[in-house]
Design a protein around this ligand. Structure first.
Ligand SMILES: [Zn+2]
Length: 192
């Protein structure tokens, strides 16, 4: 039976690298996969999935109103898909997550989602909440805090590296504005 997977972690745990490695492995065997990422900004190269260790690939881009399920089914009709890989899955809507679940349940296509568990305030993202709720398999990927403990939190910092506690859940173009930390050091940084 095809499953819906959620690979979750803080920033910098290697989610995109793992996703792209998985896509590569399928490609090597001549199998087709459908790659998706969130359409969040209009920087050059936006929509491509890239990883800190240099891997990159173009991908379909989803917005809140994109019917990923329908688009994947269309693709699947043309060429059989081995799986669907979704990066930045924290930005999926609940409806999109249910659509991905149906791809696994009804079309028999495995769906692997990769995303952040929580935002800079320690709150679940909508996509993460839905995936934690209904995915068949939850797989934690591990990033490391400077102290050596597992980094589960994402501290947002300003241009001067100072911890930020208020603001919108998503700020565009700011991957360098986050530091993955263990919970203790996250709390200490916010108490500053
Ligand atoms: Zn720490």
């Amino acid at each position: 039976m095809a499953k819906l997977y959620f690979y979750y972690a803080s920033m910098n745990a290697g989610k995109s690298s793992t996703l792209l490695q998985t896509a590569f492995n399928y490609g090597e065997r001549g199998m087709k996969v459908s790659l998706w990422t969130a359409a969040l900004d209009d920087r050059p190269g936006f929509g491509a999935i890239s990883s800190r260790i240099g891997l990159a690939s173009d991908a379909h881009r989803y917005e809140a109103d994109t019917d990923i399920e329908a688009r994947v089914l269309e693709e699947h009709k043309e060429t059989e898909l081995a799986c669907v890989l979704v990066d930045e899955a924290q930005f999926l809507t609940k409806e999109q997550v249910w659509g991905l679940a149906r791809l696994a349940d009804e079309a028999g296509i495995p769906v692997l989602c990769y995303g952040l568990r929580t935002d800079f305030q320690g709150e679940l993202f909508p996509g993460s909440a839905a995936l934690l709720g209904i995915a068949d398999a939850l797989v934690e990927m591990k990033a490391v805090c400077d102290c050596g403990r597992k980094a589960t939190m994402n501290l947002r910092v300003d241009a001067n590296g100072k911890a930020v506690s208020e603001g919108a859940q998503t700020e565009i173009g700011g991957n360098d504005r986050y530091v993955a930390m263990c919970r203790r050091h996250f709390s200490e940084a916010l108490e500053g």
